[in-house]
Design a protein around this ligand. Structure first.
Ligand code: NAD
Ligand code: UFG
Length: 353
C-alpha cells in the first residue's frame, strides 16, 4: 500500500495543524495521492518552511492559510473558498507535562478549538472529519494490548492533554448521534516517531523535547549531553517502560486509508481505530536501535519515574487492518534510521522563514 493505492484524486481536503509533525507528513502523502490540500495552522509549534519541503517532495505546494482553528469565521471562509469535502484535524497542543500547568490553554485550544471547527464545518456544509486522538484516552489502568472496545476512561487520565482528547471523542459521539449526515473517524495514535526517509522532513520540537525519540536524536547529534531514562524499576523485561512506536509515514498513510474507507463506505457515523504496530519496545531497546542506526553512542543515566507514565502500553491493531486494510510496515530500526537522517541533516530543525 502507498499513496497511489487510494482513489483520492482531486479530493479537496483541509488539514488543520498541517505544518506540524504528523500533519505535514500526511499533507505530503495526500498531495502525492492527487488530493487538493489546504493547510491551516497558527504556527505556534511549526514553521512555514516545512511547506518548501512538502513542495520539494511532491512538486506541488498545498494552499496555506495562517489562522487559528478557534477563528470560526475565517475557517468557515477557508472551507467555502476551497470547496472542502473532508477535514483532517491535527491542530492542537500536545505536551502532557505542560497541560498540567496550563490546563485552561489545553481545553481552549483542543476542546473549544474542535467545537469551533465543527461550527465552521456546519456553516460550510462539510460533513467528514478525521480526528487525531491518542491512546491516552484508554486511561492509565487499562491492560494492553488495548482494543477499541475498551471504554474511554476520563477519570483514569492524570493530565489535561489526555482528558481533552477523551472529552473531544465523547463530544464527537454526541455530534454524530445528533447529526445523521456527519461522518467522524477518531484515530488513536500510539507513539508516532521517525521522519521522512529522505531526511527532509521530521519532528522539530521547540526547546527541550518532551518525548523520547527527539531527545535521543538530539543526544546523538551532540545537542544534548545525555538522556535520563525515567525509571528502571518497572515490572517489564528490562525494567524500563514499553511503548508502541510507529513510523510517522505509516501513520500518514493510515490517514489516507481512513479517508479512502470513509469515501467508499459512504455511510455517516462515528468510527474509532487504533493506530499502532502492536509490538512494544522498551526505552533501552530504543536507545540501542538508535545507536545502531546512527553509529553514535547515546550516554544515559537512570532517573526517577515520570509522573503519569504507565509501565506498558501497546495497540491491538487488528481493526484497522481488517476495515481499512492498513498496517504498519516500518521497523524500529527504520524509525531510528530516518529520525537520524532528519536530525543529522537538520540539526536545528526547519530553517526560519
Ligand atoms: P505538532 O505540534 O507538531 O502539530 C500540531 C500543529 O497544530 C502545529 O503546527 C501547531 O502550530 C498547530 N496548532 C496548535 N494550535 C493551533 C490552533 N489553535 N490553531 C491552528 N493551529 C494550531 O503535533 P503533532 O505531533 O503533529 O500532533 C498532531 C496531532 O496528533 C495533535 O492533535 C496531537 O495531540 C495528536 N497526537 C500526537 C501524538 C504524538 O506523540 N506526536 C500522539 C497522539 C496524538
Ligand atoms: N522517556 C525517558 N526519557 C525522556 C523521555 C521519555 O525515559 O527523556 C521515556 C518515558 O518515561 C516513556 C517512554 O520514554 O517510558 C516514552 O515516552 P514519550 O514521552 O516519548 O511518550 P509517552 O508514551 O509518554 O507519550 C505518549 C504520547 C502522548 C500521550 C502519552 C500519554 O506521545 O500523546 O503517551 O498516554 F498523551
Amino acid at each position: 500500500m502507498n499513496s497511489s493505492s487510494f482513489n483520492l484524486q482531486n479530493k479537496r481536503v483541509l488539514v488543520t495543524g498541517g505544518a506540524g509533525f504528523i500533519g505535514s507528513h500526511t499533507a505530503l502523502e495526500l498531495q502525492n495521492a492527487g488530493c487538493k490540500v489546504t493547510i491551516i495552522d497558527n504556527l505556534t509549534n511549526s514553521k512555514t518552511t516545512v511547506l518548501d519541503r512538502i513542495n520539494e517532495l511532491s512538486e506541488t505546494t498545498p494552499v496555506f492559510i495562517k489562522t487559528d482553528i478557534r477563528d470560526t469565521e475565517k475557517v468557515t471562509r477557508v472551507m467555502k473558498e476551497n470547496d472542502i469535502e473532508d477535514v483532517i484535524h491535527f491542530a492542537g497542543l500536545k505536551a502532557v507535562g505542560e497541560s498540567t500547568q496550563i490546563p485552561d490553554e489545553y481545553y481552549d485550544v483542543n476542546f473549544n478549538g474542535t467545537v469551533s471547527l465543527l461550527n465552521a464545518m456546519k456553516e460550510a456544509a462539510v460533513k467528514s472529519l478525521i480526528f487525531s486522538s491518542s491512546a491516552t484516552v484508554y486511561g492509565e489502568n487499562a491492560n494492553p494490548p488495548l482494543t477499541e472496545t475498551l471504554a474511554i476512561d476520563v477519570q483514569g487520565i492524570s493530565h489535561a492533554y489526555g482528558r481533552s482528547k477523551a472529552m473531544i471523542e465523547l463530544m464527537l459521539e454526541d455530534y454524530t448521534r445528533a447529526n445523521k449526515d456527519l461522518s467522524v473517524t477518531c484515530l488513536r495514535y500510539f507513539n508516532p516517531v521517525g521522519a521522512h526517509p529522505s531526511g527532509k522532513m521530521g519532528e522539530d520540537p521547540k526547546g527541550l523535547p518532551n518525548n523520547l525519540m527527539p531527545f535521543v536524536s538530539q543526544v546523538a547529534v551532540g545537542k544534548r549531553e545525555k538522556l535520563t531514562v525515567f525509571g528502571n524499576d518497572y515490572n517489564t523485561p528490562d525494567g524500563t517502560c514499553l511503548r508502541d512506536y510507529l513510523h510517522v509515514c505509516d501513520l500518514a498513510e493510515g490517514h489516507l486509508a481512513a479517508l479512502d474507507y470513509r469515501i467508499k463506505k459512504g455511510k455517516p457515523g462515528l468510527e474509532v481505530f487504533n493506530f499502532g504496530t502492536g509490538k512494544p519496545s522498551s526505552v533501552l531497546e530504543v536507545i540501542k536501535a538508535f545507536e545502531k542506526a546512527s553509529g553514535k553512542n547515546i550516554p544515559y543515566d537512570f532517573g526517577d519515574r515520570r509522573p503519569g507514565d504507565v509501565p506498558s502500553t501497546y495497540a491491538d491493531p487488528v481493526l484497522a487492518k481488517e476495515k481499512l486494510g492498513w498496517e504498519t510496515k516500518y521497523t524500529l530500526d527504520e524509525m531510528c534510521k530516518h529520525s537520524w537522517n532528519w536530525q543529522n541533516d537538520n540539526p536545528d530543525g526547519y530553517p526560519d522563514s
